[in-house]
Design a protein around this ligand. Structure first.
Ligand SMILES: Nc1nc2c(ncn2[C@@H]2O[C@H](COP(=O)(O)OP(=O)(O)OP(=O)(O)O)[C@@H](O)[C@H]2O)c(=O)[nH]1
Length: 405
């Protein structure tokens, strides 16, 4: 048996796809990683394995055109899995219609020996090209360009190869030796099929890996309940802004503490408290620019970092947040309304404060003052920077706080 003859390549393809299917089953069933997409991928590789076992030496064919049907199912399942992995909202209807049309051509054969083959090849080409378009248009800015190319390229090649196969069968049937020899696959087709299934398997694994890494990174930087930055990520961002300050970039710190939050927990339960925190973050986030950062410092205390923002505009942003929170109570379980207000402390970035702790301490004192003055208000520091050493006590601070705006 020649190592590069069609039956050998088809057996290699079947073994590879069987193994790939097993790996996706493990991911879906055991590790619950992207389960729906993984099940679809397991199915796609299984169909690919069935298509590869078409060679008469390997297994008897259950129905005429079984291999083409299995190959078509492979590409349709791949396209569906890809949409799931890319989290595209597009429906599966177009894939079902194209796949169904191809399957019909096999099960209810068109006249002519090669007509079903042409139809299934054309449908596979269409599905693979749509998958390529899905990758290019649906990847979005979140997907790194090399990853996009890595995923799109094998699908594009599959679309072109199956399209070329349909065209050759249609316009130059005398060339069918390129794809078929005496009704069995040629070495070229078998080799191409093996290379493409390998490339597609690698590209989808790469996509899954990339998504996992992105998810882990997100989880390590964000508070899992509210989606705002967690304390560690917030501190890192604050340090970065403090470093930029030395190069002349101003930023402001707005510390936010929800008022009487304990009462919500006590009156309506912890779940209501959690919902109130999620709602508050949504409202606060809506008042900020894309480049502003919102972090959860702990419990019901949040902090907004406003890059390139002097104190006066920062005070206006804080007032906007305060008013938005007051005006948008949370509807809770139909009958209840949870009114939310917060106290705000607005401080400029401090000099000689690489960690940003002096700025935070000043904002914290301003929040205490807002609480002491009756809550649901904004207290703003004096524009004059406060020396870090002067920070600890509110009364000793050189920054006078005042209700703002
Ligand atoms: N539901 C819920 N409650 C939390 C969470 N984190 C902290 N809390 C509660 O938040 C409450 C904070 O209470 P306090 O520090 O007394 O503050 P407060 O009731 O908002 O009062 P003031 O800040 O003085 O207006 C505590 O009861 C905490 O248990 C959380 O993630 N979910």
């Amino acid at each position: 048996m020649n190592a590069l003859d069609a039956p050998t390549l088809l057996i290699a393809n079947a073994i590879f796809n069987g193994f790939a299917s097993f790996c996706w089953v493990l991911l879906a069933g055991l590790f619950r990683i992207a389960p729906r997409a993984s099940w679809l991928m397991a199915g796609a590789h299984l169909c690919c394995m069935a298509a590869a076992l078409r060679c008469e030496d390997c297994a008897p064919l259950p129905i005429e055109g079984f291999a083409d049907l299995a190959a078509l199912a492979t590409v349709a399942l791949l396209a569906l899995a890809l949409r799931r992995m890319l989290r595209l909202r597009q429906h599966w209807l177009d894939i079902a219609l194209i796949g169904g049309a191809g399957a019909l051509a096999v099960l209810w054969p068109l006249p002519g020996r090669s007509a079903p083959l042409i139809a299934t090849s054309a449908c596979m080409s269409l599905l693979a090209l749509r998958a390529t378009r899905d990758v290019v248009s649906g990847a979005g800015p979140g997907l790194a360009r090399p990853v996009t190319v890595l995923i799109a390229l094998p699908h594009l090649l599959l679309g072109l190869a199956t399209g070329a196969r349909a065209a050759v069968l249609l316009f130059a049937p005398q060339w069918t030796g390129l794809f078929q020899v005496d009704g069995a696959a040629s070495g070229l087709l078998a080799g191409l099929w093996l290379a493409l299934s390998g490339a597609i398997a690698i590209s989808l694994m790469a996509l899954l890996l990339w998504r996992l890494i992105a998810r882990i990174q997100h989880l390590s930087h964000h508070d899992s309940m509210t989606g705002s930055l967690n304390r560690r990520a917030f501190d890192a961002e604050l340090r970065k802004l403090q470093a930029l300050r030395r190069r002349g970039h101003e930023h402001a710190i707005v510390l936010i503490d929800i008022d009487h939050f304990k009462r919500i927990n006590d009156r309506l339960g912890h779940a209501a408290g959690d919902a109130a925190l999620i709602h508050a973050v949504k409202v606060l986030r809506g008042c900020l620019r894309d480049l502003d950062l919102l972090g959860r410092l702990g419990g019901e205390e949040f902090c907004a970092l406003l890059p390139h923002t002097p104190l006066a505009p920062a005070a206006q942003v804080a007032e906007r947040m305060r008013a938005a929170l007051e005006q948008r109570p949370l509807a809770w379980r139909g009958s209840e309304t949870i009114a939310l207000t917060a106290s705000f402390g607005v401080a400029p970035a401090q000099g000689d404060d690489p960690l940003g702790t002096a700025g935070l301490a000043l904002a914290d004192r301003l929040v205490y003052r807002a609480k002491a003055e009756g809550r649901n208000r904004v207290c703003v520091a004096d524009a004059a920077p406060v020396p870090a050493a002067a920070a600890p006590s509110f009364s000793a601070s050189s920054s006078s706080a005042r209700p703002a705006v």
